[in-house]
Design a protein around this ligand. Structure first.
Ligand code: H79
Length: 417
């Protein structure tokens, strides 16, 4: 788990037939998320597969994607190998419903990404929809092509033993080291079926991590928080939050409601200050281009992290109660506390540090004057910083003597700041 917990920031990519449609079907535009278009419009699978002819991938360049990922400060990539629509974005011998066989693109993007990833120090993971598969009668999800009574327990088990295991074996044996298998939407899977899939993965790839959405009733390697949700308190189990830049996971050109760079960084700080990773999504179009707004956000995170990365990589929640403050969030690494400021707090009072503070400074900027006040008989400790005017967002590094020791019930900062 150590690489995962040090990495803290990864890219999620949703790329599939829905990317070629951009959420539009016969002049209608799907609400919310484009990758659910087939379900929303109850598109017959025979019709949906015709989208493959417009999936050209002509601008796809694995090296360029990897450069962008690494340049944004991300340490891993999780890409859709098969979303709920059931279409394999890799060279699968299970059937012809895959990117190599059906599209004019005709290449295996996962293979090319697996080849490029090590050069950029990026770990590779695959999203795999294990329960919903709208192309399969026995799987969950497609009620418009297949009647509910086709979905017996036996048919579902046959789907798991057939397509799912066949394709997981391909993914875990043909693409080098796979670091994560990212399952989604457990729905009707039983506890035993989930454990069986986990064992299947472990036998083929002992070091591959599996996320919590394999089955919520049991613990796997790390928990996935809800889509676009922040934790309210520290996660005590390895965790990851995933989020979109606009509102859709799949490419949706009509959705221009993108988060700003400071909003993305605020989400990042909110997650890491509660011990969770941030998996930030990009939905490339059917030609393989990242939307221009996404590129600008990735440049922004990269620029921020080249300066402030020490507040993120290998960092976690501070030992005191971790909360969101009006001005920002606090992360911790060894004896250093990092104050991510999205508003300038001016005077910042922070409670609970028993150590002597050695220095406080804005990373890449000015020193921050501070004073400490303690009344040991009450275990009362206050650090007061006088934060100079500086453009937000910025991070203050507070160096303590030794590893942080604190009053574990201290709330860190009062809400005044
Ligand atoms: O892959 C992304 C989503 O497609 C997937 N998880 C992330 C990572 C996801 N699958 N299911 N869900 C999320 C929750 C289902 C939400 C639904 Fe709906 C509400 C399905 C139908 C109504 C959202 C709104 C999707 C279509 C309309």
């Amino acid at each position: 788990m150590s690489w995962f917990e040090n990495a803290r920031f990864g890219m999620f990519i949703h790329w599939g037939l829905y990317s070629a449609a951009g959420g539009c079907w016969k002049g209608m535009e799907t609400p919310w998320v484009s990758e659910w278009m087939m379900s929303k419009f109850r598109i017959p699978r025979a019709e949906y597969r015709t989208l493959a002819s417009s999936f050209t991938g002509e601008n796809f360049d694995a090296e360029r994607w990897m450069r962008t990922i690494a340049g944004a400060g991300m340490k891993y990539l999780v890409i859709t190998s098969k979303h709920h629509d059931g279409f394999a974005m890799f060279d699968s011998s299970y059937d012809d419903y895959n990117v190599v066989r059906l599209t004019p693109f005709g290449r295996d993007p996962l293979k090319e990404l697996a080849g490029a990833a090590p050069k950029y120090g990026v770990k590779l993971g695959f999203y795999y929809s294990h329960v919903q598969d709208w192309n399969e009668p026995g799987a969950a999800g497609n009620t418009w092509d297949f009647p509910q009574d086709a979905k017996t327990d036996e048919a579902f088990q046959a789907y798991l033993d057939g397509k799912v295991k066949h394709q997981l074996r391909e993914l875990l044996t043909n693409y080098g080291d796979v670091s994560v298998l990212w399952f989604d939407m457990p729905g009707r899977i039983s506890c035993e079926q989930a454990r069986d899939l986990r064992d299947f993965v472990r036998d083929l790839a002992p070091r591959c991590l599996v996320n919590g959405r394999l089955d919520y009733r049991q613990k796997w390697d790390f928990d996935s928080l809800g889509d676009n949700l922040l934790p309210f308190e520290k996660c005590t189990f390895p965790s990851e939050g995933c989020g979109t830049m606009n509102e859709s996971w799949g490419y949706k050109p009509s959705d221009h409601h993108y988060r700003t760079v400071p909003e993305i960084l605020k989400t990042m700080a909110g997650l890491v200050s509660c011990n969770a990773n941030y998996l930030l999504n990009v939905g490339p179009d059917g030609m393989g281009n990242f939307p221009p707004e996404a590129c600008r956000i990735l440049e922004g995170t990269g620029e921020f992290l080249r300066r402030n990365g020490e507040a993120l990589y290998g960092a976690s929640a501070p030992p005191m109660v971790s909360t969101a403050h009006l001005w920002g969030n606090v992360t911790c690494r060894g004896g250093d506390l990092y104050f991510w400021c999205f508003r300038n707090p001016g005077r910042l009072d922070y409670y609970g540090i028993r150590n002597q503070v050695e220095s406080a400074e804005i990373i890449g900027g000015e020193k921050v004057p501070f004073e400490q006040y303690s009344r040991d008989e009450y275990d009362f400790h206050r650090l007061t910083m006088f934060v100079p005017q500086t453009p937000t967002p910025f991070v203050i590094r507070v160096k303590c003597k030794g590893d942080i020791v604190c009053d574990p019930y201290a709330y860190g900062a009062s809400s005044k700041g």
